[in-house]
Design a protein around this ligand. Sequence first.
Ligand SMILES: Cc1ncc(COP(=O)(O)O)c(C=O)c1O
Length: 487
Amino acid sequence: MSLRTQSSLDVNDDELQQISSESTKLVFEYLTTIAERQVRAENQAGKTLAAIETELSSEGRPLDLLLKECRTVMDLSRHNGHPRFFGYVASPSTPIGAYGDLIASALNANITCWRSGPAGTEIERMVVRWLGALIDYDPQAKGLLTSGGSMANMIALLIAHRRKSGVDSARVGLWNSGPPMTIYASEEVHMSIAKGADILGFGRDQVRVIACDERQRMRVDLLRQKIEADRSEGLRPFCVVGSAGTVNTGVVDPLVELADVAAEYDLWFHVDGAYGAPGSLDEGKKHLFAGLERADSVSLDPHKWLYVPVDAGCLLFHDADAARRPFSAEDADYIKTHGYADEEAFAFWDYGVELSRRFRALKVWMTLQYYGSRRIAAAISEDIALAAYLGELVSSADDFELLAPVELSICCFRYVPDRGMSEAELDRLNERVMAMVQKGGRAYLSNATVNGTFALRACITNFRTTKNDIDETVAVIRAAGELEQIK
Ligand SMILES: Cc1ncc(COP(=O)(O)O)c(C=O)c1O
């Protein structure tokens, strides 16, 4: 094999221009037609692969064919940016956020540390401070961007454990670190907390599940009882997790009281605000988040309610020293920042699991700066107002029932055509209604269990949604319900 004398995979300027303009045309076409599409394309397993070339080409394929297949892939997708997509916690990406991702990929900076990505590291640390300030947590917040809320929550649990264990469990392992250490969270907490406890070796059983009151908020009296009982059995409580926006109903736990309990028992206080923390930008909701500033750590996902494309979570904390403890790679010689000091010696690998990291901050920074915090806050307030409107519509209709108060931007309700139907019948009917609405493609809801009842769940983190979309969604659900009734 001859030695390379010129770049092997670069393209000439004309080809580059073509890749760039044709790809941009496709993005433009997508973003300008998204509202006209079905929310969920008609698709079954295998249809996508049947529609594209599945043999790996040895000689490469022409750009026009490749982009045609990209269009097919887009067409066969579920469109989370559709104005009537209300499933799970997924927001549309802003156009500027999408292009921010492209610029980050073109630059391909690896944000391991300042030396590796000097500009990106400074931007990320600034964005982290902005996020801390935006939600009134800490204008000097420290932290890092993560792949999402699950990763942020897991990192928080590890930091909490290492801070409170009193033993060098990094070296001796959990089995040599004394009696089990326990975590406290409500029955409504996101599953990533139990998953994180499992991955970290604490064990899912060490997550003590505290029952909620009738509004799905953690019961602080039961929390205290459980901590006391565990302590008297020789266990070591180390962390309480509050939710600032639960995934099911969007409820915020009583954060001030949780902070008091954490202080009283010397527990780490983590708040999972992956979905809900940006709700504090709404003046009318600020009071719900009182106490957030006392949390030792907070998860907040820009890819949930700050409209940034997926792969943008964030963990915030006040105390950088506590956060560094579990992750410092003191024995990895090859990554040491020799010859750098102070800010230039800063390394994100000291604060999280990943070594190689995307330049996630670019799309967050571009989104926040392009719109400005006032417009972002207004979009969040509108989402909140639309969820409240949906709540009013279903409460005042004879054939619907609101199942939980609408605290932020999630509305849980069910279709009740006949008040004489049993709970089991209503559960079954609403399951079928949800499936029919999802398949129909005109709107998309997910589900939640609220006090044991199957609920249709609309999570409105969608800057494209208008009042008409809410009206239409109610009409779509009613039509699906009527059809299901006839069957
Ligand atoms: C409250 C809450 N925490 C954590 C997560 C997990 O976030 P991710 O999907 O980004 O890992 C979610 C996801 O919906 C969530 O709603």
